[in-house]
Design a protein around this ligand. Sequence first.
Ligand code: MGD
Ligand code: MGD
Ligand code: SF4
Ligand code: MO
Length: 579
Amino acid sequence: MSQTTTCPLDCYDACAIVIDTNGKLKGDDNHPVTQGFLCPHLNHYDEFERILEPRFKGKAVSMPEAMEILCDSLQNSNPDKTLFYRGSGNIALMQRSCDHFFASMGAVGTRGSLCDGAGEAGILEGRGINYALPSSIVEEADVVIVWGRNPHVTHSHLLGALKKKSVVVIDPVQTALAKTADIFIQIKPHCDLQLALLLSRFAIIEGSQDEVFLEEYGSGYQDFYELTQSLRIKATLENIDVTLGQIGSLLGLIRGKKTVILVGAGVQKYRNGADVLRAIDGFGAILGLFGKAGCGVGFLGSSTHGLELPFRRLQKTVPKPTLDFSAFETVFVQGGNPLGQMPNSQKVRDDFMKVGVKIYFGLYENETSKECDLILPAKTFLEKEDVRSSYGDFTFQKMSKLRECEIGIGEYDLASQLCAHFNLSIPSQQECLETFYDQMVSKNGVDYRKNMPNIPYENGFETDSGEFEFLDELDLGSNDEEGFSLLSPKAARSLNSQFHRSSGIHLHPKCGFDAGELVMVSSKNGSIQLSVVHDDRLRSDCAIIYAGTPGVNNLTPTLLSYEGESAVYQENKIKVEKC
Ligand SMILES: Nc1nc2c(c(=O)[nH]1)N[C@H]1C(S)=C(S)[C@@H](COP(=O)(O)OP(=O)(O)OC[C@H]3O[C@@H](n4cnc5c(=O)[nH]c(N)nc54)[C@H](O)[C@@H]3O)O[C@H]1N2
Ligand SMILES: Nc1nc2c(c(=O)[nH]1)N[C@H]1C(S)=C(S)[C@@H](COP(=O)(O)OP(=O)(O)OC[C@H]3O[C@@H](n4cnc5c(=O)[nH]c(N)nc54)[C@H](O)[C@@H]3O)O[C@H]1N2
Ligand code: SF4
Ligand SMILES: [Mo]
């Protein structure tokens, strides 16, 4: 057995792991991204209590009994009324073995995203393909603009690449990186589209546009310039709480410098999230940042684009963020916690409770496992063979089985047993793995996806025109509701709802609430009681309730982004009242 593997968690870094002689997990010293350290989730991975045995209607059953109940339930369920819901608790590729079974039996799956779908839709419109921006490119930059991303929490292995660089942070919260940044723009939430347009406009006014690049790849830029002129400068600056001085300093800092813009999920948790990414991309294109060493605009990249998968894909799908569970007789949830993580969780829970047979296949107990009839414990990533493709770069790494364990069942084993029972075909595990291994290419001892560019977009864009397509219409998505803007970013000690979940609502001390005070927080969609945490990193018009906080999604709406079928966790304003 090989003694190395890769972290399966939904994270930009996709760390390479070695296991020492005491069985302890360590970051691989020789890996260019991991550089010898893991984060708290993996350092304490073995301490989290996992589900030990299958159970049915609250009573422990053996795995063969659980499999029999599962087969009977699926046999008796109309495929059109059977839903397969896969979350992102483990994003390694063999998780999709179960997609293969459910696709083969004709069940319904989900499409769209709880995560980055809005931003990705904007990127696809502009660039045609969504490439990650590897940290090797960030290392070569002079200036890095971190825009709605929080690397100390969500992308800690990037921090090394930011050393000795000029850093700009654009965030409503004074994040750890903002504290040491050269320029920090504490923007009002949901105003990034306006800022990107103003930056583009002033870049052109001062003559910083890259004419050579634009002639070849951005011939529509004059129309985009006109679009930026539809904003009234003074009123817009006031509205988004940015000064002309800050715009001037930012443009001054990047003038003639190799610049990278790293955009995170934070800017696109709104209905017009696609336009936000497309406008930020537009600013990058004006400056000619695409296809050049030490430059670029990076978001969460597509980890599967261009990969051949050995599994069938579900043909019938419903949009994930707005899905109505009550339309199904049988629901199978794998690696997710929809009752905690989907928006509008009270409605989700009510709909879910109407389902006849509810099955949960996961590692940990959560809001969803508590309401399910049949619980199937999963194996951890250390107990099964897999592969991990990164969304932060182009690494494509093996995940070897490092431990034998009696607990639970792996996704491939579950899928192949179900296929055998229903007389459906599935490639062998080895064939599936080989399909992936064949698409790897090794450089300096690290495996990468084949056919990925050295520098993203060095050969142009994959739009119909082959050029970058600028945003051509404006919807500023302004929200006139009264109340605090809800920010719901990721927390340091949890990975969405896995591990140590946060509690409480963070407010600026000058908002008039005492620390520790219990308050009623409400939105158009629902309410929740939380205790107040004073946080002077915040603007006084915002509140943070971290992703993974139990009950946070009582406040969020059943709505899709205008493009990308994504959830919009920050669309609603919230009211905070003393209890
Ligand atoms: N520790 C930890 N790491 C994680 C995760 C986790 O739960 N915990 N989750 C993983 C997953 S699933 C994902 S998708 C990634 C996401 O990781 P990131 O891309 O870092 O996204 P978020 O943490 O959601 O938000 C990032 C920043 O956006 C800011 N922000 C919020 N609203 C706005 C806005 O309107 N404008 C601007 N400019 N900024 C705004 C927030 O204050 C926050 O600092 O992280 C992954 N990594
Ligand atoms: N308010 C708010 N809500 C959000 C977000 C936000 O920013 N704010 N972020 C959204 C985003 S970006 C995301 S990606 C989603 C994530 O939401 P989900 O996809 O629901 O992810 P988790 O909450 O992490 O639940 C993952 C579950 O997977 C299970 N699991 C872990 N490993 C394995 C395995 O190997 N096999 C199996 N079968 N199960 C396993 C664990 O039991 C764990 O409970 O949440 C979204 N919800
Ligand atoms: S930083 Fe991310 S990839 Fe690395 S060990 Fe932690 S969760 Fe896994
Ligand atoms: Mo995510």
